[in-house]
Write a protein that binds this ligand. Structure first.
Ligand SMILES: Cc1cc2nc3c(=O)[nH]c(=O)nc-3n(C[C@H](O)[C@H](O)[C@H](O)COP(=O)(O)O)c2cc1C
Length: 184
């Protein structure tokens, strides 16, 4: 089980200086395309950025701690607009954002399946990203991810290497899974 896609996926920070082949990217687009969404609204827009000028603009909107992502050959920006939400009167869930989360997981697992590494990030400025990429105001930037072939940890600066060397941890199953009823 531990060699399955779910356990091989991880968010590391070093990338090889190697572009992603167009046929590999096409497979990833198809994987993302078949993500589930509420009422099949498919509200997501994924911008795959490898053009050097656009890439530099996207990188400029990343937070300081995410400078390592500049080495990734592709930056993926996930956006969606509320107009494409499937809203229900009996709950307040923002399904257009929730659906982007599901499709982003397709990106992460699809990348793993194709031998790539995708690393999701919250460390970026929404207004800066919006402006840098001329994303229309009605679209929210929901997630940004780096994408490429994983590289050697030796390529990283010391601070970033320490992050990549730190142990990956999780809560215990008993803390996150309840059987039959909510356990306080
Ligand atoms: C929405 C989201 C935002 C994240 N933001 C950052 C980030 O800005 N910088 C970073 O280095 N890692 C970021 N991560 C990666 C998480 O730190 C990582 O997923 C978590 O530590 C679990 O590690 P794993 O992905 O290797 O299982 C983010 C992950 C998610 C899902």
């Amino acid at each position: 089980m531990n060699d399955s896609l779910f356990f091989r996926r991880m968010s590391k920070r070093s990338y090889q200086d190697k572009p992603i082949e167009p046929d590999v990217l096409n497979k990833l687009y198809e994987i993302i395309r078949w993500s589930p969404s509420c009422a099949n609204k498919q509200p997501w827009r994924f911008i795959f950025i490898s053009d050097p000028e656009q890439h530099a603009k996207a990188v400029s909107a990343l937070a300081k701690g995410n400078e390592w992502a500049a080495q990734a050959p592709v930056i993926v920006v996930v956006c969606a607009r509320e107009e494409d939400d499937y809203s229900r009167e009996d709950n307040d869930i923002k399904y257009y954002q929730f659906d982007c989360g599901l499709a982003t997981m397709s990106l992460l697992l699809g990348a793993t399946e194709l031998g790539l590494m995708a690393h999701p990030m919250a460390g970026w400025s929404a207004p800066d990203m919006q402006k840098a990429l001329s994303i229309p105001d009605e679209y929210d930037v929901i997630c940004v991810a780096s994408l490429g072939y994983a590289g050697s940890i030796d390529l990283l600066d010391e601070r970033t290497r320490t992050k990549d060397e730190s142990e990956r941890t999780r809560k215990e199953i008993t803390e996150i899974i309840n059987i039959d009823r909510f356990v306080k």
